[in-house]
Design a protein around this ligand. Structure first.
Ligand SMILES: *Cc1c(COP(=O)(O)O)cnc(C)c1O
Length: 384
């Protein structure tokens, strides 16, 4: 039995410290903003090498606040990958703008910069690269594109806290970086939480203001914001786990390497991006040499009609947790069927990926024995 994720294996070793932290916040009587929130923001900014970090209520609200900071709304188009978690697209729609879906790179699963360039119009205001599964998108061509067309760059780094690209942290390349502390993310909280990072002090102040109803100073509202605050309690508890994030990341990297070492020996497998990948029945994920991948997910591609679902069923029968991230692209979602750009949808690679991807457990606390068990189950399936 291997679950896809085991939050207790990570949280319970910290139980005494978490309980003491809860007691400290309880006795402080201070539950909204204040010292715990400021300390958490400071520690996050240091970790990510960002000038400022603003704690918010979720990764989704981080994206909404970022879009609001640039006054993006009705009539505006925002480029984003069609192969992503729904929140990236939902946030764009919620501010009244039009999400414009861009196809994926088959090796990294991330937004294809050339396809993004082809979708720029006079209405395009921003681009949201997503660092999917913990690996950075190719930022230089996207930053060049943005500079050329005067677009804002909002990074969706919800799955990539601590990931690096050419040595620099994801979430610090664009104007704003958005993170999530949903329990399944690499820094998983005890409920919802999120973060916006920036190197621009004025933008930081604006996001801080938008998080609190656009208020500044007290009871004066130059802008309409929302209640995007993160609880002091959540910040305090996450400060306990933040100190362990480098160890959690190392554990994920170790387990991803362990999967690849075991699975690449099996006949019919290939590593993504290396030439023999054509014809392989199982394509293993790979990190580009300039990326420090943090492996929020270890995502296989299972080629051949119906084969992915067959492997999923096989693993489920063997008690090995797995999940399809994601079974549908954003351009296929019913809620976007009638959006104005519907006629410009051409995302064949992403649609193919949606039929092939399967994520297997890679959480830090997995043991070598569990890696062996997963590899043995996959080997049996390949041999059958
Ligand atoms: C999890 C996630 C979000 C949303 O974060 P929440 O904290 O769950 O609101 C946004 N984008 C991506 C890519 C995510 O994985």
């Amino acid at each position: 039995m291997i679950p896809l994720l085991d939050v207790n294996a990570q949280n319970l070793p910290l139980e005494a410290e978490l309980q003491a932290t809860f007691a400290r916040v309880l006795r402080s009587g201070r539950f909204i903003l204040g010292g715990e929130v400021e300390a958490f923001e400071h520690e996050c900014a240091q970790l990510l090498d960002a000038a400022a970090a603003v704690a918010v209520s979720s990764g989704t609200d981080a994206l909404v606040a970022a879009l609001m900071a640039f006054n993006i709304g009705p009539g505006d188009e925002v480029l984003l990958p069609t192969f992503t978690f729904f929140a990236t697209a939902g946030a764009v729609h919620r501010v009244g703008a039009t999400p414009v879906f861009v196809d994926a790179c088959p090796v990294s699963f991330n937004i294809d910069p050339e396809r993004a360039a082809a979708k720029v119009t006079a209405r395009t205001r921003a681009i949201i690269p997503v660092h999917l599964f913990g690996q950075s998108a190719e930022m230089q061509p996207l930053l060049d594109l943005a500079r050329h067309h005067h677009l804002h760059v909002i990074e969706d780094a919800a799955q990539a806290i601590g990931a690096r690209h050419h040595g620099r942290c994801c979430g610090t390349f664009g104007d704003l970086g958005c993170f999530s502390f949903f329990p399944s993310k690499n820094l998983g909280g005890f409920g919802d939480g999120g973060l916006v990072t920036t190197n621009d002090p004025e933008l930081a102040a604006l996001v801080r203001q938008l998080r609190n109803h656009g208020m500044h100073p007290k009871y004066h509202h130059p802008r309409v914001g929302g209640n995007f605050r993160m609880d002091a309690l959540q910040c305090a508890l996450l400060r306990v786990k933040l100190r362990h994030l480098p160890a959690y990341t190392a554990g994920r990297q170790h387990n991803a390497a362990g999967h690849t070492a075991r699975l690449s020996r099996l006949p019919g497998t290939a590593v993504a991006g290396s030439p023999p990948a054509t014809g392989a029945r199982l394509v293993l994920p790979a990190a580009a040499p300039h990326n420090d991948h943090t492996w929020n997910q270890y995502t296989l591609r299972v080629t051949g009609p119906g084969r992915r679902d067959a492997l999923r069923d096989h693993l489920a029968a063997r008690g090995i947790g797995c999940e399809i991230y994601y079974p549908m692209t954003m351009d296929q979602q019913p809620c976007f069927a009638a959006t104005p750009e519907a006629s410009r949808r051409d995302c064949p690679t992403a649609r193919q990926l949606a039929t092939e991807v399967l994520s297997i457990p890679v959480y830090p606390e997995l043991t070598a024995g569990q890696l062996d068990e997963a590899a043995a189950a996959i080997a049996d399936w390949l041999a059958a």
